[in-house]
Design a protein around this ligand. Sequence first.
Ligand code: FES
Ligand code: FES
Length: 149
Amino acid sequence: MLALKVNGRDYAVDAPDDMPLLWVLRDLIKLRGTKFGCGIAQCGACTVHLDQQPVRSCVLPVGSVGSRSITTIEGVGETETGRKIQQAWLDLEVVQCGYCQSGQIMSAAALLSRQADPDDAAIDAAMAGNICRCATYVRIRAAIKAAAK
Ligand code: FES
Ligand code: FES
């Protein structure tokens, strides 16, 4: 059994060390807001936080998590930064199909937690690994700036 802390709650999961964290979250813990896109760390749909750092959970073996705290889209709104990001997403109606958006929000929240007022270059650098096939990039950038105010 592996001990994990997810969104402030303790879990014991029966999973092999090499199982990707994404499968553990979705299939064993039943937190399905984190999405599978590419499975090879290229799209960002599976982004979660480990101790506030964004990681691609589709390629992260659960055995490497250790004692670090995991935050998913279901829990990020419990933080002040996450709450502001989610409200800005609603206010600016960022979402189109929505599939990529939990990953987008997790990357945006990680950015604002380490840099309170990022400029365009910093936003673009932080969000470059999150792909949106609906091309909501302009609204995402605007929402990050709104949340930063
Ligand atoms: S599903 Fe993990 S980066 Fe695409
Ligand atoms: S909102 Fe559709 S993929 Fe991003």
